[in-house]
Design a protein around this ligand. Structure first.
Ligand code: PXP
Length: 247
């Protein structure tokens, strides 16, 4: 059965708008779990623009399964080793970007990625690498010793949004082939970035993708439907492939 990880960074974005205590991402995580998601995802960015250090520790002590998105910088790796989430997803990070743009260039940073993976494996932490649907990056990920990859679906989502059917279909095929190739090497495949309540359906048909990590569209929808309903609807789509009766 396919799994849904809900990224709650943007609950913290809202809190940081006033630098207060509300809304609390830990409280949000509880609602997401009750609504049926399989894991809670958060990204501790080096600039701390949304999730703060205390959130990550509090989430680890509260949720059933935490997937921490993180850069491979020394500072963040040190924190992650203290937190010991069930899973880490290694991502590239640039200070000026609005969100994670592009996948991790594993081929160019092979030595460091390998080193970080070994550290996490010593603690029994599952590692996923956020990469472009590119065979060279998958081969490098295999060489680095990862458990899983998360295929970057940002470009697919962007073409879908613009109704560029030919372009999003081509991107979808790249994602399908990458998922097949990764599976053939023994790596598990996840997908995420820019996925929403419309563009999820074609990608759901790729049988090798086991986990979807979705944040922005769920939190945006929650403004109108409430968080429980927004997560519930996405859980239903991912588990059944059917369109729920939207409220
Ligand atoms: N997966 C990864 C690795 C990400 O960096 C992000 C964004 O934080 C997501 C999934 C979720 O993307 P979105 O918020 O666009 O659903």
């Amino acid at each position: 059965m396919k799994k849904l990880g809900v990224n709650i960074d943007h609950i913290a974005t809202l809190r940081q708008a006033r630098k207060g205590h509300f809304p609390d991402p830990v409280f949000a995580a509880g609602i997401c779990e009750i609504a049926g998601c399989d894991s809670i995802v958060c990204h501790l960015r080096e600039d701390r623009r949304h999730i703060q250090d205390r959130d990550v520790f509090a989430l680890k002590n509260t949720v059933r399964r935490l997937n921490l998105e993180m850069a491979i910088s020394e500072e963040i790796v040190k924190i992650a080793m203290q937190v010991q989430p069930a899973q880490v997803t290694l991502v590239p990070e640039k200070r000026e970007e609005l969100t994670t743009e592009g996948g991790l260039d594993v081929s160019s940073h092979l030595k460091r990625v390998k080193e970080v993976i070994e550290l996490f494996h010593e603690k029994g932490i599952i590692v996923s690498l956020f990469i472009e649907p590119d065979f060279q990056q998958i081969e490098a990920s295999k060489e680095a010793g990862t458990d899983a990859i998360e295929l970057h679906t940002g470009r697919y989502a962007e073409y879908f949004e613009k109704d560029q059917d030919w372009a999003w279909n081509e991107e979808l095929q790249k994602i399908r082939k990458a998922a097949e190739f990764a599976t053939s090497t023994g790596i598990k495949t996840h997908a995420g970035h820019g996925l929403d309540y419309r563009n999820i359906y074609p990608i759901l048909n790729i049988k090798h993708i086991e986990e979807f990590n979705i944040g922005y569209s769920i939190i945006c929808r929650a403004v109108f439907t409430g968080l429980h309903q927004a997560v519930r609807d996405m859980v239903e789509i991912i588990k059944t492939g059917q369109k729920p009766d939207f409220h």
